[in-house]
Each structure stands twice: as structure tokens, then as C-alpha cells.
Design a protein around this ligand. Sequence first.
Ligand SMILES: C[S@@+](CC[C@H](N)C(=O)[O-])C[C@H]1O[C@@H](n2cnc3c(N)ncnc32)[C@H](O)[C@@H]1O
Length: 260
Amino acid sequence: MSWTIPQKWAEDYFQVCREAVQSEEAFKHFRSDPRFRVVLEHVTKDLGAEYRRITLQRFPEMELWLKIIAAVEEVGGPPELYDYGDGVSLSPTTWRYLKVVSDLRQLFPDLLEPNMVEIGGGYGGQCRVISMMLGFKSYTLLDAQEPVDLQRKYLSHILDGLDQHCVVCTTLDKVGSVDYDLVISNYAFCEFSEELMHEYAQRVISRSKRGYITVSNSRHQPAASAEEFFPSGWRRLEEKPLTSTQGNYIAVWGSDRNLD
Ligand SMILES: C[S@@+](CC[C@H](N)C(=O)[O-])C[C@H]1O[C@@H](n2cnc3c(N)ncnc32)[C@H](O)[C@@H]1O
């Protein structure tokens, strides 16, 4: 398999994606499905609190956005929602997505209306908060077919009209030759086989002026090191909070700023 997680996990996760696309009932709670949570939506309450602390410390004005974010938080039925003292309830995993927004703002403050691409965007949760808080000219999500179908459905519930927002959910084989301003990939690119990393590197990473890639080193199978596929000049930043003792990091290029 080109995705190196245990095959059973991948099959179950793809099956949840299919069910959520086909059935309105399944769509109401796919984010809570244990088969889905093996892959996604599994940030703990304490880790969520840490993401919130870092995010609000850097960007206190983010608090103004929380009501808007929370208004659609129940779509897809997250497993647990917590009010950490903001008067709104969010899933800890959504706090991780918000922390990524704060990283992007800190690293790329001058980036206006970028053409963005996300490799392995889950159900579209990261795209959702970026579309609300950062904006972009276009946002392309590249994933396997089942998550792509789910991303389309989920994001259509959140944004009125994907075309109108220039959000495209597709697979790598269907995307043309495009240059991007920013590529992001969190806990995804690093899980691919060497062949798939190579393909994404050639078709996407090397065509992106800037990059933000969270690399998790808790591998399930021996896989190529993601480092080989980053463009020259990339830097290794610390993942904060560190979610694995096995040396996770964030690969960044196109920015000389650091994360505090
Ligand atoms: C651990 S999840 C991370 C999801 C998301 N980035 C997040 O932070 O919540 C790994 C992602 O890689 C995706 N993936 C699996 N095979 C893929 C492929 N061939 N191309 C792109 N993404 C793929 C999965 O569907 C999933 O979205």
C-alpha cells in the first residue's frame, strides 16, 4: 500500500468515509466513529488545551473568531467538545487546526491570497478553519478517493459552494501541472511509501514556493525519510507541543521566521 499505516486501519477509515458520503445518518457522527478515530480526530483534552494556550498567546484576537468556528463545529459529530473557558465548545482536534493557522500566520505574515494545496487533508477540518481565518485564492485538497468524496460533502456543508470558494478536492492523478504559493501537510505526507512521497515531491512539493509539513516519525512500517523529498533550503522547526517522543518536527521553507 502507498499509505504505510496498518492496512486494517486504512480499510476501516476508508469504509467510514464511504458510509458518511452515502448515508446522512452516518455523516452525522463520522468524526466519532472509532474506526475513523484511529486515523483522525483523536487529540486529547489536555493536548487541545495546550494547542489553545499557544494559539491564543500568539493571537489573542483569534478569540473573536471562535463563535464563528464553533457555530459549525457539530457538523460530522465530533466525539468530544470542550469549553476551555472561551464560552464556546470545540473539539481538541479543532484546536490543533487553529494552532496550525497560528503557525502559518507567524511563519508567512505577508502571504496574501495564496494558491494553497494540502496533501492528506482528512475530512477537510484544516481547510475549514483556514478558509474562515486566513483566506486564499484557491485551496486544493489532494487525498485518496474516499476521503476526497467526504471532504467534498463536509466542506459543502460548511462553505456555500466549493467552486465559489475555489476549493477543489481531488486525487493526485487528476490534478494538472500547477504552481502553488504554499503546500501544507500534517501527519500525512510522512506516512506515505517512498514511491508516493516521490510522486508528491515531483508534482506538488517542488512546485510550491513555501511549505509547512508536520512530520511524525512514529512509523508503522519502514518508510523513506521525508527529508529526502524537501527542497533545498528547508528548515526543521520543533513541533510544539511535541506529540511523539520519536522526533516529530515541522519542515518549513519559504520563510526565515521561527515559531515561538
Ligand atoms: C493521519 S491523517 C492526517 C489528516 C490531517 N492532515 C489532519 O491533520 O487531521 C493522514 C491523511 O493522509 C491521507 N492519505 C492517505 N492516502 C493518501 C494518498 N494517496 N494521497 C494523499 N493523501 C492520502 C489520509 O486520507 C488522511 O487524510
